[in-house]
Design a protein around this ligand. Structure first.
Ligand code: NDP
Ligand code: OXD
Length: 315
């Protein structure tokens, strides 16, 4: 019999064990730290597993990340290189991310925070609002999440451009790629949406140099940043300095280098910043378990699995 280890130290492991056991009745599902004989474990489903743990499972055949991002798992230098690692791709999660992106792009475009402040002051100020077609939104990262967000932004009437490592063709989206396409991409972007994974290549990429290359021809005369990818992609001191000196007009940040964001962080009370607690696209356990079970069933019967992580690229 195959054994699946569920390793989720920061989540309610028993909830995930129960759901996965129901979906995989022929597999013995065990929750960390009660894993029993480690040599019996063939599959592991993980979110933030303790570093070094997966290397102690000698007969592991498949690892599944319970999230879309795998940066935490790949930071474990002992992660077994010969064992394939899958990541989550799920329609529910993708839809949630696009909702977040559209919501926050619209909050900026329609100056909702200005309206919120006015309401607190009982101030009736019906200023002329901008509309979608006035803004060029640039999406960094045109993967599963970036492509869906970009297409939906385009449907809403925004001018949309995107940037990725390899070239793409997406209806309604002007696509740029690689280092050579970056300047042109940034130069025409009024609202930058980051949906990049954290890798060695994207580490600290959103820094002063990048932010100062964004368009200043948009309705606000300075660009807006929305980051729902990973905190490690951003240089937080640069973002704060750019907000303070006007290089950036405003920012919405869902992800941070340190999470939870410390109470002392200047982001919390910054008048130009909207903070959300890594909540852009919550995972629905039922949907994720159905996905994990389907991949394990395929693997168990010798069929090809999907969404295998390129460990060298880091995503
Ligand atoms: P994908 O792997 O499908 O897409 C990643 C995209 O980033 C691809 O388009 C890829 O380019 C591009 N990319 C990667 N490295 C580079 C680089 N060096 N230069 C340019 N482009 C690069 O991931 P998803 O879309 O599924 O998810 C993206 C990220 O979103 C996750 O890694 C995770 O960190 C984050 N996330 C955040 C959540 C939240 O709640 N805040 C929820 C879920 C995910 P190419 O297409 O050429 O390969
Ligand atoms: C993920 C996340 O990677 O929730 O799935 O951040």
């Amino acid at each position: 019999m195959s054994v699946l280890a569920v390793i989720t130290p920061t989540w309610d492991t028993q909830e995930w064990v129960a759901k996965l056991q129901k979906a995989l009745p022929d597999i013995d599902v065990r929750g960390w730290p009660e894993l029993g004989n480690l040599a019996e474990i063939t599959y592991a489903a993980c979110w933030k597993p303790p570093a070094g743990l997966l290397a102690t499972l000698p007969n592991l055949k498949l690892m599944v990340s319970l999230g879309a991002g795998v940066d935490d798992m790949l930071r474990d230098s002992t992660l077994p290189k010969h064992v394939p690692l899958l990541r989550v791709v799920d329609a529910d999660l993708t839809a949630r991310m696009s909702e977040y992106v559209l919501l926050h792009v619209l909050i900026h475009a329609r100056e909702q925070r200005r309206l919120d402040t006015n309401q607190l002051l009982s101030k009736w100020d019906s200023f002329a609002a901008h509309t979608a077609k006035d803004f060029s939104v640039g999406v960094m990262g045109l993967g599963i999440l970036g492509q869906d967000s970009a297409s939906k932004l385009s449907m809403m009437g925004f001018k949309v451009r995107g940037w990725s490592r390899s070239a793409k063709h997406i209806t309604g989206v002007e696509c740029f790629s690689g280092e050579s396409g970056m300047n042109a991409f940034l130069g025409g972007t009024d609202i930058l949406v980051c949906l990049l994974p954290a890798t060695k290549d994207t580490e600290g990429m959103i820094n002063r140099d990048l932010l100062s290359r964004l368009s200043r021809r948009g309705p606000f005369g300075a660009p807006v940043l929305i980051n729902a990818g990973r905190g490690r992609v951003q240089n937080e001191a640069d973002i704060l300095a750019c907000l303070d000196d006007g290089t950036l007009y405003a920012a919405t940040l869902d992800v941070f280098r340190q999470e939870p964001l410390p109470a002392t962080s200047a982001f919390w009370l910054h008048p130009k910043v909207t903070v959300t607690p890594h909540a852009a696209a919550d995972s629905d356990p039922a949907a994720i378990c159905a996905y994990v079970a389907s991949q394990i069933r395929l693997f168990n019967t010798g069929q090809p699995v999907s969404n295998v992580v390129d460990v060298t690229a880091g995503y």
